[in-house]
Design a protein around this ligand. Structure first.
Ligand SMILES: Cc1cc2nc3c(=O)[nH]c(=O)nc-3n(C[C@H](O)[C@H](O)[C@H](O)COP(=O)(O)O)c2cc1C
Length: 207
C-alpha cells in the first residue's frame, strides 16, 4: 500500500531553544515542556545492538539528570544485548510539540538498592507481573501466564513479593544528544552535542 500522501506539516516557526549550551539542562527544559501536552512524555524507543543487527522497542524513562534510567528484565533480549555491547540509543518523539530527542551512550547497571527501592514503590500487581514473566522467552500460552499471575496474587496477598533477581535498572551515560525541532517545509532545526572529555561540543546539523 502506498502511503506517500500521508503528510503532516509542522507549522512552528519558533527558534529552537537550547539552555546554556548544555544538553542536560536543555533536556530538562524540553521534558518539562513536553509533560504539559504529551500523554506519555517518558516513553522512548530504545535501540540496542545484536551482532550485526539492531533492535528497537519502546520503554519508559524513570529518572533523568546526568544519567537516564529505566527498568527491565536483564534476561530479556535487550538485557543480554546491553550486557554484551554496553551501548545503546534512546529516541523520544513528542509529536504534539514536534520535537525529537536522540541520546546515545554507554550503559551500565544501576545500584541494587536503587532498583529495589523503585521495585517496591510499584503497585503489587506490577511487582508480581515482573516476578512471573520470563521476559522475551517463548511461552506456551497467555492463559497459562495469567493463571500463574492469579495464583501469585493470591499467594502474596498478605506477604511481601520476593524481589526478582532478573529485574534490573539500567542507566545510560550520554555521550551524544540531538535536539530536533520540526519546522515549516521540512526545514527542521537540529542541534547536536558531542561529549569531548568533560565538555559538550555543539554543532548545528542540516535537516
Ligand atoms: C510505551 C511502552 C513502554 C514500555 N516500557 C517498558 C519498560 O519500561 N520496561 C520493559 O522492560 N518493557 C517495556 N515495554 C515493553 C518493551 O517494549 C518490550 O516489549 C519488552 O521490554 C521486551 O523487549 P526485548 O524482547 O527486546 O528485550 C514497554 C512497551 C511500551 C509500548
Amino acid at each position: 500500500m502506498k502511503i506517500g500522501s500521508t503528510r503532516k506539516d509542522y507549522k512552528i516557526k519558533k527558534k529552537i531553544i537550547i539552555k546554556d549550551n548544555n544538553p542536560i539542562l536543555t533536556f530538562d527544559y524540553w521534558y518539562k515542556k513536553a509533560s504539559k501536552t504529551v500523554s506519555e512524555p517518558n516513553a522512548f524507543c530504545l535501540s540496542t545492538i545484536s551482532g550485526n543487527n539492531a533492535e528497537s522497542r519502546m520503554m519508559l524513562l524513570k529518572d533523568y539528570g546526568n544519567k537516564f534510567t529505566f527498568f527491565t528484565n536483564i534476561k530479556s533480549r535487550k538485557g543480554s544485548q546491553i550486557l554484551k555491547t554496553k551501548k545503546c540509543s534512546m529516541n523520544f518523539w513528542w509529536k504534539e510539540i514536534h520535537q525529537q530527542v536522540r541520546i546515545s551512550g554507554n550503559i551500565s547497571k544501576l545500584q541494587n538498592k536503587l532498583t529495589m527501592d523503585y521495585f517496591y514503590s510499584r503497585p503489587k500487581e506490577s511487582q508480581i507481573a515482573a516476578l512471573i514473566s520470563n521476559q522475551s522467552r517463548v511461552i506456551k500460552s497467555y492463559d497459562i501466564l495469567i493463571k500463574r499471575y492469579k495464583n501469585f496474587i493470591k499467594e502474596y496477598k498478605n506477604k511481601e513479593v520476593p524481589f526478582p533477581s532478573n529485574w534490573v535498572g539500567f542507566e545510560i551515560n550520554p555521550l551524544k544528544f540531538e535536539f530536533w525541532q520540526g519546522g515549516e517545509f521540512r526545514l527542521h532545526q537540529r542541534v547536536e552535542f558531542i561529549k569531548v572529555g568533560k565538555k559538550w561540543k555543539k554543532n548545528l546539523l542540516a535537516p
